[in-house]
Design a protein around this ligand. Structure first.
Ligand code: C2E
Ligand code: MG
Ligand code: MG
Ligand code: MG
Length: 279
């Protein structure tokens, strides 16, 4: 069942409704208002080239600063945003603001880094995603090669013909598409070769115990080799220790993201920590 985002989708409210449903309706309602009330904030996590130590990009990660609950994790509210369709306006807001931010950095003479934005497959189901993104790039002036889109492997397997078409158009425009959380889903390798993607992002669950778990080390090695053989870029997420970073570097996987380098930061902290020292 998919509800529309009209202000009152509450006509089905009945007195017999249990507390949990009531709670989830309150939550949905609060999320609906969060955008207008400026409660959503984008944090940016640096992506590093371990060979040079340079920042090469940032991933935009959404945070909800709820007036009474405090910070709510995207893991808790993105699924609700997807169910209710709110992910469409929220996702567009993230795209626009992330592009605007990175373009502003470029204009100030900071390094020409990319920005990775997570997309829900729900956004691809809207038939105008391509136009929306093209307009955002035009409006903000960000060049397409600096925009990277991330779709999780589990979202990609829900792909339709239309989604694939949109991905192809986006790629033609010069945008990079990455498969996020790679290795955790159920996509077939044959399917992978037909997707218009440029990057595999190794899921943090493999990186996490790459030093202690032989199977995870083998899976990580295999994903890196797969990317190399298919001429795709590979980036590791969730790198928390120097040992993990060294393991990945020794396998020629140099692009990394994780707490070892930096937590997701507010925009001004990215500037303070990564751009001032280079000027
Ligand atoms: P993701 O895209 O796979 O993002 C990586 C998650 O790992 C982020 O969690 C990040 O904060 C966390 N992380 C980064 N480095 C480390 C590390 O070294 N160790 C550990 N344990 N975790 C690390 P976060 O910010 O809570 O986001 C969770 C998920 O929510 C994201 O997973 C993404 O799927 C989704 N999400 C976040 N923002 C958006 C958005 O704007 N749109 C959509 N559709 N989804 C989003
Ligand atoms: Mg991601
Ligand atoms: Mg991920
Ligand atoms: Mg993940």
């Amino acid at each position: 069942k998919s509800k529309e985002i009209s202000g009152n989708s509450f006509h089905f409210f009945r007195s017999g409704m249990d507390n949990r449903t009531l709670e989830s309706i309150k939550f949905e309602n609060a999320l609906y208002k969060a955008l207008d009330r400026d409660e959503l904030i984008i944090y940016y996590q640096p992506q590093i080239n371990s060979r040079t130590g340079d920042i090469i990009g940032v991933e935009a990660l959404l945070r909800w600063n709820h007036p009474t609950e405090g910070f709510i994790s995207p893991a808790d509210f993105i699924p609700i945003a997807e169910e209710t369709g709110l992910i469409v306006p929220i996702g567009e807001w993230v795209l626009r603001n992330a592009c605007k931010q990175v373009k502003a950095w470029h204009d100030r003479g900071y390094p020409l880094i990319s920005v990775s934005v997570n997309l829900s497959v729900r956004q691809f189901e809207e038939n105008n995603l391509f136009q929306v993104i093209r307009n955002i790039l035009e409006e903000t002036g960000l060049e397409p090669q600096f925009l990277h889109l991330e779709l999780t492997e589990n979202q990609i397997i829900k792909n339709t013909e239309a989604t694939l078409k949109t991905m192809e158009l986006l790629k033609k425009l010069g945008i990079n598409i990455a498969i996020d959380d790679f290795g955790t889903g159920y996509s077939s390798l044959g399917y992978l070769k037909d997707l218009p993607i440029s990057t595999l992002k190794i899921d943090k669950s493999f990186v996490e115990d790459v030093m202690t778990d032989k199977d995870n080390a083998a899976i990580t090695n295999t994903i890196i080799a797969l990317a190399q053989n298919l001429h795709l870029n590979v980036i590791a997420e969730g790198v928390e220790t120097k040992e993990q970073a060294d393991f990945l570097s020794s396998r020629n996987c140099y692009l990394m993201q994780g707490y070892f380098f930096s937590r997701p930061l507010k925009a001004e902290d990215v500037v303070r920590q990564y751009f001032y020292s280079e000027n």
